[in-house]
Design a protein around this ligand. Structure first.
Ligand code: 13P
Length: 294
């Protein structure tokens, strides 16, 4: 059931758990995540970066794929189709294309410009019933070729952007996209506490969910994080499972491969299963299992 993410994240905030945003890259990714959410009776957010949307032939293609798959698989849990780290232009395109939620990432602009653009997009998104996430304080690491250092957001800036009526807010607390370096010092929970107070307790978003120790994830949820983004983790387990399958010779291009393990439906199956296991593990950790009911 496609919905915006406002209610599911308010409920998560009230209930002290978080909803996972899992990024999608193709049909297998989408199907694996939807089926797992349904199995665990958990709300879920499908994240689509601008790069992934381009790979999947554009926002409209993604909308149709997700809508039809949701219907075909009989998914009844709440599913939000969310633009991840959208540019100003991408955010507008997704509002028109039928996404149910958008993130406008104006964190690289001067604050005034970020505020002005966010304000405009809040009005456009709400007019069409979409939820909107904004960002202050760049989140570290590399995603879609964009690199930033792990920053900690200023609570006062967070307050200014939250006051524009955004539904949830991504604020850097030392988190980084991708694999964390060995000398990473951890999440700044003290900063999170201040941001939570300053923003009048709107749901907060933790990007870079891959590789954060479980105890820190739980601590972040306890201090106001209601949405956690995971991308790299699913990529890693998908790659690992696929490599293992090939290394075992199961995709061998020979006539004696009677199982025809090179058939893409077989070749991609271990990776598909690995994504399901990873999503399941995260939903249990985040506490969203069994929380699908409105
Ligand atoms: P990871 O790739 O580190 O899991 O981060 C995902 C993310 O934050 C998407 O916005």
């Amino acid at each position: 059931m496609l919905v915006n993410a406002t209610r599911m994240l308010q409920k998560a905030k009230e209930g002290h758990y978080a909803v996972g945003q899992f990024n999608i890259n193709n049909l297998e990714w989408t199907k694996a995540i939807l089926l797992t959410a349904q199995e665990l009776n958990s709300p879920v957010i499908l994240g689509v970066s601008c790069g992934a949307a381009k790979y999947m032939c554009g926002y409209r293609t993604v909308v149709e794929m997700v809508k039809e798959m949701d219907k075909y698989l009989g998914i009844t849990v709440p599913v939000a189709l969310h633009l991840d780290h959208g540019t100003y232009e991408a955010a507008k395109e997704c509002i028109e294309a039928g996404f149910t939620s958008i993130m406008f990432d104006g964190s690289h602009f001067e604050l005034e410009e970020n505020l002005a653009k966010t304000k405009e997009l809040v009005a456009l998104a709400h007019d069409k019933g979409l939820s909107i996430e904004a960002e202050v304080g760049a989140i570290g690491g590399t995603e879609d070729g964009v690199t930033a250092d792990g920053e900690v957001a200023d609570p006062e800036e967070c307050k200014q952007i939250a006051d524009l009526g955004v539904d949830f807010l991504a604020a850097g607390i030392g988190n980084i996209h991708g694999i964390y370096p060995e000398d990473w010092t951890g999440l700044h929970i003290d900063a999170l506490e201040k941001i939570n107070e300053a923003t009048n307790r709107i749901p907060l978003v933790l990007h870079g969910g891959t590789g954060i120790p479980d105890e820190q994830i739980k601590d972040a949820i306890e201090h106001g994080v209601s949405k956690i983004n995971v991308n790299t983790d699913c990529q890693l387990v998908f790659a690992e499972a696929t490599i293992k399958y090939c290394a075992e010779g199961k995709a061998s291009p020979t006539a004696d491969n009677v199982d025809k393990g090179y058939d893409p439906r077989k070749l991609l199956k271990p990776g598909f299963k690995a994504i399901q296991d990873k999503v399941k593990e995260k939903m249990i950790l985040f506490g969203s299992v069994g929380k699908a009911a409105e």
